[in-house]
Ligand binder design. Sequence first.
Ligand SMILES: [Zn+2]
Ligand SMILES: [Zn+2]
Length: 439
Amino acid sequence: MKTVMGGVVALLLAGSAAAMEPKAAVQAVDAQIAKDWPKLDALYKDIHAHPELAFQETRSAALLAKEMRALGFTVTEGVGKTGVVAILKNGAGPTIMLRTEMDGLPMEEKSGLPYASRVQVETPDGGKTFVAESCGHDNHMAWWVGAARTLLAMKTQWKGTLMFIAQPAEEVGKGAHAMLDDGLFTKFPKPDFAIGAHVGSGLAGTVGVKDGAATSNSDTLEITFKGRGAHGSMPSASIDPIVMGAHFVTDVQSVVSREREAASFGVVTVGSFQAGTVANIIPDTALVKLSIRSFSPEVRTKLLDGVTRTAKGAAIMAGAPEPVIAHPGENHAVINDHKLSVEAADYLTKAGGDTIQYVRPELPGWSASEDFSAYGEQGVPSLFYSIGGYDAATLAEYAKKGQAVPTNHSPFFTPDHDKAIPTGIRTLALTVLMLAPAS
Ligand SMILES: [Zn+2]
Ligand SMILES: [Zn+2]
């Protein structure tokens, strides 16, 4: 009897804090998106035309801070150099962090759009580089503002604290740590959940909800092979670091093809090989830069060990000193919380509708990586969605031309933002409505 009573009380409690019915929720969200669209479209185009590099996102940060202040959020700027934290309390409930990135990439946009970026900035070495929103962070900033507007308009449908953060320097893998080191989870409330999303080159209207590793571990290694320089006509007087490096570049792929377990994901890419100046001088050193990707910690360790061993082996073969191996960059895989992924996939699938397809957790993770992992590593259950960027007509056009669809970091990557941004808003807003029901 006691047990039955307990069950009834629990049921009543759960019933009193039920999330908004998913179909009604998506309808209300869509109605608000329609109202806000002209403003969000203009904001997106403005940000797209004015991209900024990592830790220089002052214009974007000011734009976002202004939007959030106007909505009634308490806004702090300059967190982790250029980051923004916007907090809004709406009764008793969970604290939910929603994150956008703000940085563009040092590359030239070739989309041909009327609002394409022509921005150029100086580089630390005194040169110049174009800057472009080729990762889609412009879409993210617009859907982040859109989600805030929608949730404010639907304030009676949820209870809790919103913690909207705009993070700098994702592309260089340093922004999340900069914000955390600046007190993101100590000066501000440590959230109960952390939510993020990234636009990609899939079908617009689809949302990937991956249970487990959503993005890869990413490690950057820089290996300096130390030889002995000599005249190009006298190779026997040298220890040739170019030959050493060349052996390494080909041999290192055996780590992937022979040592990595076949069904697991692992990539070793040599993205840079720098050595020498002219044809008749054998240089002293060769510098090889690698990007190493994996999902599991075991594969990560195996690849890092294998690459290190192969580099040392190449030096031994050449009779050279041990190479110097630096490890300047490290991002861990974003691990989506199991319970959160399953519940979100269920809620979003029920919301469904004709224009939104929610993809279930069986998807493979992204081979790209993301410093969003840093928030989950602080013990906050986190979820990182992937959002389709191209509508069916755009995908069909590329297929007809026999061309590959431009992916993130391509100079042609410009998602159909009028589809991608609303999907991002629905996804973020529905997640909050699910996690923070009004009692
Ligand atoms: Zn990127
Ligand atoms: Zn990105």
